[in-house]
Design a protein around this ligand. Sequence first.
Ligand code: GLN
Length: 469
Amino acid sequence: MWPKTLKNAPGQGNYLEFLARRDKSVGAFLHVTGSIRQNGGAPSDSGADGGNTCLEGVPVAVKDNIAVEGMPLTCGSRILEPLVSPYSATAVERLERAGARVVGKTNLDEFGMGSSTETSALGETNNPWDVSRVAGGSSGGSAAAVAARMVPVALGSDTGGSIRQPAAFCGVYGLKPTYGTVSRHGLVAYASSLEVIGAAAESVDVLEAAYAAMSGSDVMDQSSLDHPVPPPDSGATRIGFLGGELGLSPEVAENYARFVEALGDAGYETEEIALSTLEYVVPAYYTIASAEASANLARFNGVRYGHRTDYSENPEELIRKSRTEGFGSEVKNRIVLGTYVLRSGFQDQYYLRAQKIRTLIRREIERAFAGVDLICSPVFPTQAFPHGSKEMDAFQQKVADRFTGTANLAAIPALTVPSGLAGGLPVGMQFMAPPFGEGRLFAAARTIGEIFPVEFPPGMEPPWAADRE
Ligand code: GLN
């Protein structure tokens, strides 16, 4: 378990040394703080649960596309490498007011674009279960930091699966909340209509505490929602599991079958469901995400933020050279694709069509929830793949987003739960709930957690274990 306060852990200095030591083989962090700030701030008056004391002293890592005052905010990109954030994201502020302590910034695919953390320009993150494999992405550093017991909880962002997929690869919990329930103020925008801040965590308790502390409306984010934190909900009785030909690896297929069986053993009524829109998730997601990315990333031009080219003859050249030098190839691909689908005269054909498909996906999900309380599906067709995998190239990684993208397009909450090991590597399954159904997700995760408790890589003890009974 995580320490109630950092006092239970070895001294701060020792803890930071421990982080540096353990992270040598994992590479979860891009930045570790020199000293953990003790936040003397008043209890939150704006967070949904500012009085939450269960996070007191809990070390938390933050994905490096979420602002923490005084820390770098690189987004895993050369273009923002020089940037130090002058302010903190609302989610971070609220966590700190609830007592959590930010210990560092974690690695990610550049601007959140990818599924392996390999598109980061600033470092490689390894899976703590097998360092020759990826931790997943784009919040790979956050999931790896939790799996390697460096922190009990780490913030991530999820645009199309970026918290849930690395959580599955690393064997930890990963929550993508209902769109709008966590303020995006201070999250560097990738695809604004799809993404939300959430977290990877070692237990449902700490995940729930973090979500309760972070969520609630925020004047700094017009899309944030003033929805009360859902009460604990154990009301789910019927679970629909996604059936049909899902294209899973043999290990994941076998694990999925066992997981569905376990749901029955745990007392849920299970029924197979089909989602006819599943095959449209990836094309719709990438059309919308790239379109929004091309607009959102236009602000990184070498004039106001981050990297600026050494020499240019005129402003156009300054912008072109700064962007050419600053962005990696995956980001450039997406900007080009996004600009293409938005170009004048062609919006009907691509962007607006994708929006219509998005509506159909949302409607089908609504219909499905008329018959079941939760939907269960795999998170990703495979387990963590090797670094530089040819089979799982950038295209195949996108195709594999088919199970996670639905929740973003439909703006519903979804949770990855660990479902055991296969061949020494973790597998994770996903629950999706109707909007604001986080309580239902946590309840189901606790129930199924009795059957599939979280496991950690051998030898990766947390630094605070010695202080506890
Ligand atoms: N793999 C997806 C992408 O590359 C998801 C990323 C995310 O959720 N940030 O866009």
